[in-house]
Design a protein around this ligand. Structure first.
Ligand code: CO
Length: 134
């Protein structure tokens, strides 16, 4: 069911420092920073030949990554995103298998304009998993 690795998201406390790490130190191709007010994050994409890294920085007062950064002050891997062909079909299968979908269980339009949902880390080997309908 799961397809390509769409991205790995890394929460960072200092976006400029993270951009410098990925652009100057690692020599990556790094996008401009984009504010995503609906998602409470500012995002920078690092394009890799086979996938993307998303650098996530909190935006606004109720950012969903604020608590994560409190627990991980120097930043850390926040989630992985796998592509699926049909997100509703994938969700129904996962729920039937006992996985918990975060929020109200319905897909939302994610940072790339495509339907996404998140699966509870406790059901996914301790990792927050995002599914995106590619
Ligand atoms: Co993501």
């Amino acid at each position: 069911m799961i397809g390509r690795l769409n991205h790995v998201a890394i929460a960072v406390p200092d976006l400029d420092a993270a951009i410098s790490t990925y652009r100057d130190m690692l020599g990556g191709t790094v996008s401009e920073a984009t504010d995503e007010p609906d998602h409470g994050v500012t995002v920078v994409f690092v394009e890799l030949p086979n996938t993307k890294i998303e650098l996530l920085h909190p935006l606004g007062d109720n950012s969903p990554i604020a608590a994560f950064l409190e627990k991980n002050p120097s930043g850390g891997m926040h989630h992985v995103c796998y592509e699926v062909d049909d997100i509703v079909k994938a969700r129904d299968h996962l729920v039937a298998e006992g996985a918990r979908v975060l929020g109200d269980g319905e897909p939302k339009i994610g940072a790339h304009g495509k339907p996404v949902l998140f699966l509870h880390p406790k059901d996914m080997c301790g990792t927050l998993v995002e599914l995106e309908q590619a």
